[in-house]
Design a binder for this molecule. Sequence first.
Ligand SMILES: [Zn+2]
Ligand SMILES: [Zn+2]
Length: 109
Amino acid sequence: MGVYAVNLDEGTFTQDKDTYKNRLMDPQWKTRKEEILKRDGYRCVVCGSTENLEVHHRQYHYLIAAGRYRDPWDYDDHILITLCKECHSDGHTHYKVPVIFIDKTNKIV
Ligand SMILES: [Zn+2]
Ligand SMILES: [Zn+2]
């Protein structure tokens, strides 16, 4: 597929970078992020910190038909988790977020 993503939720990756970064500025992401923070009790799910919270994507979905990544706010609840900045960057250092390719019938391929 030739698409490789690292730390997409922080906007650092090789393709479509500016577009994705702009989407993270979108009010829809702010709203979605707030929902996840609230669900997790405004605490990092790893260390319990209440400071510098960010929302992490456990998977990235590449929509084949659309030729782009799923919008950051368009993921199911179980894909998104609250992490503090430290645990978040730590996680991205040690673990590569899997990219799932989704076809036009919304199936995983
Ligand atoms: Zn943490
Ligand atoms: Zn992340």
